[in-house]
Design a protein around this ligand. Sequence first.
Ligand SMILES: Cc1ncc(COP(=O)(O)O)c(C=O)c1O
Length: 436
Amino acid sequence: MTLDVGSQTAELMDRYKKVMFPAVSPYYGDHPLVVDHAKDQYIWDAEGRRYLDFFGGVLTVSVGHCNEEVTARTMEQLQKAQHTSTLYVNEIMVRVAEKVAELAPGRLQKCYFTNSGSEANETAILAARMYTGNDDVITLRHAYSGRTMLAMSLTAHGTWRLGNVIDPHIKHVRNPYVYRAPLDLSPEQLVELCVQDLEETLATVTNGKIAAFIAEPIQGVGGFIVPPEEYFKRVVPIIREAGGIFIADEVQTGWGRTGGKWFGIEHWGVEPDMMTFAKGMANGSPIGCTVATPEIADALQGLTFSTFGGNPVTMATALATIEYIESHDLLSNAESKGVRLRQRLDEFKAEFPFIGDVRGMGLMQGVEIIKPGADKAPDAALTASVMSAARDCDLLIGKGGLYGNVLRISPHLNVTAEDIEAGCDMLAKALTQVAQ
Ligand SMILES: Cc1ncc(COP(=O)(O)O)c(C=O)c1O
C-alpha cells in the first residue's frame, strides 16, 4: 500500500472525528477518501490525485459526475424556483411522474416523491398495508432496504439492523443465493427450497394473509446476488395467493443499471404492483420515489406530507437524468459495456484462485472473494486489500455482501469502451499486487 494520508486529508479527518457520529464510517479505514471535485468518470481527492470511478457513489451517479446536460438543467431550475413542499404544486414534478408512468411496466401510474430509498420503501409498505388491510410483510434474507426503523426491520444483514426496535410483522425468507446454496443445490433445486421456505413461513408465522412481498431484483448491498431465472415467476403467484402485493425495490437496479431494460424486474418476467426508486434516478441529488397502480396509490388514505418530496430542483435533475439515459441510449450501452466488463472479470476468475464467483447483470457486476481451498470461506480482509490496492492503482470500486467479501463494480451508464479497459487493467494490477 503506497497511499499516504496527505496533510489536507489528515487535517480534515481530525475535524471530522470531533463533529461526526462515529457510526458513519467512510471506506478505506485509516486512509479515507476526501473528495475535492469530480467530473464525468473521474473523482479528485483533497491531495489532487485523480481516480477512475467504477462505483458511482453506490450506483447513484448514473450518467457521470457533474454531467453537463444534467447540471445545466439543474441550474436553470435553481434560478427559477427552488422549493415548494408538497403543499404547492410544481409542474416539473408532474412531468417526472408522467415519465415514470410512461416507462414503468404494467399499470404502475401514480408516484409519491420523497428523499431517499428508505422513505420510498416506507411509503410502499404503508400503501400495501392500507390497500390489503393486512400487516405481515415478507422479504428476503440478505436484503438491504435502508436506515429508517421500518427499513432496518426489512433489512436482513445483522450489522445494518440497529436499535433493536424491529417490526414484528416482517418475516424473512431464504434468498436465492446460488453461490452459497446449501448442500451445493443446483439453481433449480434452490428455487424449490426457497418456494418451500416461503410456503412454510406463510403457514407457520403468518395467518396466511399478507400485505406484501418486497424484494430487490438483484440484491445490491447483499453482494449483487442474481436470482435464478425462474425465481420470481415461482414466488410472486404465491404472494398474490396470500393476498399480498409485490413491491420491486429498484433502488439499485432501476434506471438502466442492469442493461437492456429500464428496470431490473423486467428481466424476470413478472409485473410488480409497486416499485421503489432512489439513487441513480437523479444522478446524485437526494430522491425517493414510490410508483404504484392507481388502486394501491388511492388506498393510501389520510394526510401525508414531505417537505422536500418533489422538490423542483431535484425533479429537474431527475428528469434531465432520465432523458439523458433515454436520448443517449444508455440501456444499450450498459448492456454492451457490461458484457465486456464481465468478460474481463471472468478472465480474472480463471487467473486468481481467491475469486470464487463473478456475477451480475449489465453494469452491476460483483466479484466474491474467498480463501482458496477452504470451502468458499469468505475473505473480508483480502476484499478490503483489493479495494485499497485498486485505489492505489487510481480505481474506485465498492464492496458489500453479508460477509463483506464481494467487490461491487458499477461504472457510470455512459462508460466508454476505453474506460472499461482502463478500469479492468487497473483492477488486474490490484489483484496481482494482493496475490503476491
Ligand atoms: C436496494 C436498496 N433499497 C433501499 C436503500 C435505501 O436507500 P437510502 O440510502 O437512499 O435510504 C438502499 C441503499 O443502499 C438500497 O440499496
